[in-house]
Design a protein around this ligand. Structure first.
Ligand SMILES: Nc1nc2c(ncn2[C@@H]2O[C@H](COP(=O)(O)OP(=O)(O)OP(=O)(O)O)[C@@H](O)[C@H]2O)c(=O)[nH]1
Length: 588
């Protein structure tokens, strides 16, 4: 028979949308479910064996399942998710994205989605707090479909409307989703299960779908070597009274035994030690006993355990460990950890921003998102922000890249002063989504500002008509009424005639008796022109063009055409024709 390991499930979602309540509810479940097969408490995780899931779902159970159950990681949230890694990705095999159905999407919902996308983790959306929908009649622990059928028509409508909103939100972010009972192909669609973590409604469907998803998609990766090499992820290192230093871990592969030699990722490289003891929590009813743990000889994945081992001071939370039998094994482990780190932490683009994060997982998610946005990355690494980072960021040619993005990291002393000195901007946040949002907003605003500055310093095309009936003075300077036919006219620009000959410099402009510095398409104004005499170089009724300097004309033609009106564009083309009549390469 195929032996599949227990899939590991994480719960993600915005603050207060109900992650903890859902985990609590699943942990407590109803009494019969607990008696049915023991929902067992692990270290850092809760296991619901298949028998207990079947009991919770008994009204609707219709699947053929060979996975042994589900293991929920007890620490909810994206941090737990991105911190806990295993070979090439996140520790969790599956995720529940919990969204308060009455509030909809929030920043951390966005963030969770982003992370799930990065790690390609299959997930189900739990639309929580349906009991708060006005008029909802709660039915403790009932399957959603059954409880839904018992609600008033208007209440059902209210719920459906909110589900549609969620579908819309997910659609905008590239996910096709629907209420679970309307989905046929779960490979293409994200299922939304309406639940109440408080009353337990919908939890039967949620669990059953998770089991179904695991069974369908993960068979290959779950078909592990329960007998193979033990591998796991460290949750945290903890001092335990009477035991000394221990580490809590999730074993995701193989069987770990007391006496096994293990290699673990540490602050300063790989640590090699051996398992002195494996502890599991005592069942709740034995809680009064002296110790909270019981010692076991071996344990099989997936499981949450506490490991007693010597020399583990430097062990890094979130890193992997593996049983090693020989020196080659240790080397291979070191190599793999290094390679994985190198694959993620990058030092590539010559020009780009600097990214610093707290963990490899969050680094991976951020890099992924920046790549998708097309923002260059010069350096990405785990750790606090240092002066060296400031120096690297400041070496960028483009100011838009003189930026450090910090997720959940500190600024080391002196960094702020250094950044101010070198004109480096630092963005930090504890939500990836807001971090990216703040940065891109700044970047967009900065770009707009530049564009404006560029436009303001560039002499833009313009075409004017002299008005013969409004000649106020013939020379020194000539003062004459004009109409701006296209583009704009500024003080101090030179003018030319359609044959390319110079027609003086605009010294000043007046509109309705007021001095102005710029006139736009359609304006009728009086201008003073230096360097010409009306009756000699000018008749006083001709069309004139702004003499855009060659360097400016290049910029206009290459970059600013889109900012011009239709009229200004054709006036500019006429102007270029004049200039290129004798020199076809003018302004090219
Ligand atoms: N009415 C109702 N309230 C709920 C439900 N689920 C959670 N709550 C309440 O919502 C509040 C927040 O729930 P938590 O479970 O603490 O939310 P969380 O997502 O774990 O929040 P953080 O741990 O702060 O991120 C609590 O007051 C819960 O009692 C539900 O299904 N219905």
């Amino acid at each position: 028979m195929k032996v599949l390991r227990t899939p590991i499930v994480a719960v993600l979602g915005h603050v207060d949308h109900g992650k903890t309540t859902l985990l609590d509810r699943i942990r407590r479940s109803n009494v019969t479910a607990r008696e049915a097969g023991g929902i067992t408490q692990h270290i850092g995780a809760t296991e619901i064996p298949l028998s207990a899931i079947k009991e919770i779902c008994k009204d609707i159970w219709n699947v053929n399942v060979v996975i042994p159950g589900l293991l929920f990681i007890d620490t909810p949230g994206h941090k737990a998710f991105t911190n806990l890694r295993r070979r090439g990705g996140a520790l969790a095999d599956l995720a529940i994205l919990i969204v308060d159905i009455n509030e909809g999407f929030k920043p951390q919902t966005e963030e969770a989605l982003m992370i799930l996308k990065t790690f390609k983790t299959p997930f189900i959306v739990a639309a929580n707090k349906i009991d708060k929908i006005p008029g909802w009649q709660s039915n403790e622990g009932m399957p959603f479909m059954k409880s839904y059928a018992m609600q008033d028509e208007v209440v059902r409508q209210r719920l459906d409307n909110r589900i549609y909103e969620l579908i819309g939100e997910l659609y905008q972010r590239g996910f096709s989703a629907d209420r679970f009972d309307r989905i046929r192909d779960f490979t293409r669609n994200v299922a939304i299960v309406p639940i109440s973590a408080l009353t337990g409604e919908g939890i039967p469907e949620l669990l059953m779908l998770l089991v179904g998803l695991a069974q369908r998609y993960l068979e290959k990766s779950l078909r592990l070597h329960v007998e193979g090499k033990a591998r796991g992820t460290v949750l945290e290192v903890k001092e335990e009274k009477g035991l000394g230093l221990t580490f809590d871990a999730i074993l995701y592969d193989g069987t770990l035994r007391v006496g096994d030699r293990i290699a673990i990722g540490g602050v300063e490289g790989v640590i090699v030690t051996h398992v002195r003891g494996i502890l599991r929590p005592r069942p709740a009813k034995e809680m009064r006993l002296e110790s909270r743990f019981k010692s076991v000889e071996s344990v099989t994945a997936a499981a949450g355990i506490k490991v007693v081992a010597p020399d583990i001071e430097g062990v890094l939370a979130g890193s992997e460990f593996e049983v090693v039998e020989s020196d080659e094994d240790i080397k291979a482990f070191e190599q793999r950890i290094k390679q994985e780190y190198q694959e993620i932490a990058i030092e590539t683009d010559e020009e780009g921003v600097v990214i610093k994060t707290d963990t490899l997982g969050s680094l991976e998610a951020l890099i992924n998102e920046f790549r998708e946005l097309g923002i260059p990355i010069k350096k990405a690494d785990v750790g606090d922000i240092t002066k060296k980072d400031v120096v690297e960021a400041s070496a960028n040619r483009d100011e838009l890249n003189r930026v450090i993005i910090g997720f959940n990291v500190k600024l080391l002393p002196g960094v702020e002063e250094e950044a101010a000195k070198y004109g480096v901007r630092i963005f930090t946040d504890q939500i990836i989504y807001s971090l990216i949002d703040n940065f891109t907003q700044w970047r967009d605003e900065e770009k707009r500002l530049r564009e404006r500055q560029k436009i303001e310093s560039i002499i833009m095309p313009g075409k004017i008509q002299l008005l013969k009936n409004y000649i106020f003075r013939r020379s020194k300077p000539a003062v004459v009424g004009v109409k701006v036919l296209a583009g704009e006219l500024r003080k101090d620009v030179k003018l030319i005639k359609p044959d390319g000959t110079p027609a003086g410099v605009v010294r000043s402009m007046q509109k309705s008796g007021e001095n102005i510095s710029v006139a736009r398409e359609g304006d009728e104004i009086a201008i003073a022109i230096d360097g010409v005499t009306i009756g000699r170089q000018l008749e006083g009724d001709e069309v004139l063009y702004v003499d855009v300097p060659e360097r400016h004309a290049k910029v206009v033609e290459r970059e600013l055409m889109e900012t011009l009106s239709e009229n200004a564009r054709s006036a500019f083309r006429e102007f270029l024709d004049i200039k290129r009549k004798d020199n076809p390469f003018w302004g090219k």
